[in-house]
Design a binder for this molecule. Structure first.
Ligand code: SF4
Length: 351
């Protein structure tokens, strides 16, 4: 039986982009339709990315101590979340961190620093680091995420060999003032535009679960399509204690799948990356999510821990996907563990 979502996928593959109404219908699909949605969006994913998963690795160069007040952020002004706080890592320490991620299978390293935006000295520091990273690992893709850019900062990063720049719009323009007051939505769009104008690959995404309406999630996705973001990180709110969103939990695993599916229908040929909150919110359906998204972060996030990096790779392999750019032999077998607990033993059962 052909579902409405299959017909939508056919139309998109034939060159008719999804409309906001289509996106809303995906977001509001009934539980019984979930697998139809996944199957249809999965066709778009495979048409553009086959069975590859891009693996990215975050290096938090500077953590916490931010003067901005993004309500969702554990590093924000006023946040009392007990996160690691430190000023710039040394170049050697940053290179060591990046090497660990690359060794684990990542092909893109994201160099991130908290703050409203970089000073020119900060840009020099990141430019030097990017150059050193490229000399050590010529094939690495480097993405910088340093906040709002001004003047010729994007160009200087580009000239130093940085490939991409991340700056998320985070939410719909109509919801932005509810979640941050120290900068505007237009400021964020301006930085994405500057990155693009300098020839950096624009990476901009959103956070679901910020109290936005369905229509606002759709609005944010269409804004990202309009911005022509090459990669779209989809975050699911991590409600850190000590932040204004600490008691906000609007997401379920199925809702998260529908958000990712909507992103795929709206931006079928863009890198859709499952970002922060993957383990917390998708939980046991992470593997289904890979049929929608084609990119993940390996290991830990900026201020919270992810699952073991090896489990991330297992997730990819077990779903029949391959790490983009990896030649590794994916055949793996696990040895059965002989039961030594529960019935017939003096040891407590596994229940
Ligand atoms: S500008 Fe970045 S680091 Fe600072 S509070 Fe906002 S999201 Fe967090």
């Amino acid at each position: 039986m052909t579902s409405d979502f299959d017909r939508l996928a056919d139309a998109i593959l034939a060159g008719s982009p999804a409309t906001p109404d289509d996106a809303l219908a995906v977001l509001r699909a009934a539980d019984a339709e979930l697998l139809h949605v996944v199957a249809a969006a999965g066709r778009l994913r495979r048409a553009h990315f086959g069975n590859t998963v891009k693996v990215n690795y975050l290096v938090n160069l500077k953590s916490g101590l931010c003067p901005e007040n993004c309500n969702y952020c554990s590093q924000a002004l006023g946040s009392s979340a007990p996160i690691l706080k430190y000023s710039w890592l040394s170049q050697d320490a940053a290179l060591d961190q990046a090497a660990a991620g690359l060794h684990g299978g990542a092909c893109r390293v994201c160099l991130v620093a908290s703050g409203r935006g970089p000073s020119d000295r900060d840009v020099d520091k990141v430019a030097d680091l990017a150059g050193a990273l490229k000399r050590q690992h010529p094939d690495v893709e480097v993405c910088a995420c340093l906040g709002l850019l001004k003047d010729d900062q994007a160009q200087r990063l580009k000239d130093a060999g940085v490939d991409a720049y991340n700056h998320n719009i985070n939410t719909a323009e109509s919801h932005h003032a509810e979640i941050v007051q120290t900068h505007t939505y237009a400021d964020r769009v301006d930085t994405v535009q500057r990155a693009k104008d300098a020839g950096l690959s624009p990476c901009s995404g959103l956070i679901a679960g910020l109290g936005e309406t369905d229509e606002q999630l759709v609005e944010a996705l269409f804004a990202l399509r309009e911005l022509d973001s090459d990669s779209i990180p989809v975050n699911f709110l991590i409600p850190f204690d000590g932040t204004p969103f600490q008691h906000t939990w609007d997401l379920t695993p199925t809702r998260c799948l529908l958000v990712l599916a909507m992103a795929r229908f709206v931006c079928p040929d863009r890198e859709i990356r499952i970002a922060g909150g993957r383990e917390l919110h998708l939980r046991s359906v992470q593997s289904i999510a890979l049929h929608l998204a084609n990119s993940i972060f390996l290991g830990d996030y900026l201020t919270s821990e992810g699952q073991e990096a090896e489990r991330d790779l297992e997730l990819i392999r077990d779903g029949g996907f391959v790490v983009l750019g990896s030649e590794q032999d994916l055949a793996q077998r696990a040895e059965p563990a002989i039961r030594r607990r529960g019935a017939g033993t003096d040891v407590l059962p596994n229940a």
